[in-house]
Design a protein around this ligand. Structure first.
Ligand SMILES: *[C@@H]1O[C@H](CO)[C@@H](O)[C@H](O)[C@H]1NC(C)=O
Ligand SMILES: *[C@@H]1O[C@H](CO)[C@@H](O)[C@H](O)[C@H]1NC(C)=O
Ligand SMILES: *[C@@H]1O[C@H](CO)[C@@H](O)[C@H](O)[C@H]1NC(C)=O
Length: 249
């Protein structure tokens, strides 16, 4: 025989307990588990479907106390040179002139990261000698920690020349990171933790300006590049309109 519904009504069942009971504790734990773990997961994964993101970080930059210095002592190609690389010093022979150098890194805001480098180079000259131009390489180690640990060696290149001899060159600039690809979000990246200048090499090509710049440019071409932006303050040189060139990578 067919069964049919005669009448229906909803049934509400209430379970009551005192505040201090196992049931209250259980309820509380369930509530916490419902909301906190998803929040933690979302927070720790920096967003669920995030593919790229940006963040800011002050790099840990240190001067590596490596320098290569060339002073043009005539407009016809004579030079004086010095570097911290034995291979280069051997190559320049009697053109070697040891300058007086002071380098001081300064942590202005006391946050443990260096903010400024004060590099002073004084070249002793004979009374008949003049300086028409300078080229200077300084190398730095550069580290980022916040997401992935990124370590590289970078450089500052300063070049200045003028048709009249000068006594002093003042250059002031900022290190800038020029980034062409995103960094990894974790892990250790030491791809570019290689010397900018191969100081152990006995070959002149290792110290050739063009080679050094090209290698640096290539390695950073598809990835990362440190550039230094210069605010020129060449008052001692640029009195008259003249060739004033600073090439910074
Ligand atoms: C940089 O160092 C030189 C030589 O030690 C010093 O005369 C000069 O005052 C310093 N400049 C700054 C800004 O600290
Ligand atoms: C990067 O290179 C420097 C010098 O070659 C070395 O002392 C340092 O341990 C390297 N850092 C990493 C993380 O490989
Ligand atoms: C530096 O030059 C030397 C001698 O040419 C070579 O053996 C060495 O592999 C070079 N190092 C680097 C890092 O290129």
């Amino acid at each position: 025989m067919a069964i049919y519904e005669v009448y229906s009504h909803p049934l509400l069942v209430r379970y009551r307990t005192s505040i201090c009971s196992k049931a209250t504790l259980f309820l509380f734990i369930v509530l916490v588990l419902t909301y906190i773990p998803p929040l933690l997961v979302a927070y720790r994964s920096q967003g669920f479907w995030l593919k790229q993101s940006t963040y800011e970080e002050q790099p840990d930059v240190h001067f590596r106390y490596e320098a290569l210095f060339i002073a043009l002592s005539s407009t016809s190609g004579d030079y004086l040179a010095w570097s911290t690389f034995q291979g280069f010093n051997n190559l320049v022979g009697d053109k070697l002139r040891i300058p007086l150098i002071s380098a001081q890194e300064d942590d202005k805001n006391q946050d443990g990261k260096m903010d400024q480098l004060n590099f002073t180079l004084e070249l002793p000259l004979l009374s008949a000698e003049n300086v028409f131009g300078v080229q200077l390489f300084l190398t730095f180690s550069y580290k980022l920690y916040r997401m992935s640990t990124f370590v590289m060696q970078s450089m500052v290149f300063i070049q200045h020349s003028s048709p009249v001899p000068g006594a002093k060159l003042f250059i002031n600039g900022d290190l800038r990171l020029q980034q062409r690809q995103p960094l990894g979000h974790q892990g250790l990246d030491t791809t570019y933790n290689v010397s900018v200048i191969n100081g152990t090499s006995p070959f002149a090509s290792s110290y050739d300006l063009t080679n050094i710049l090209l290698t640096y440019q290539n390695r950073n071409g598809e990835y990362l590049k440190i550039i230094i932006l210069i605010t020129e303050n060449l008052n001692s040189y640029c009195i008259r309109p003249m060739y004033c060139y600073i090439s910074i990578l």
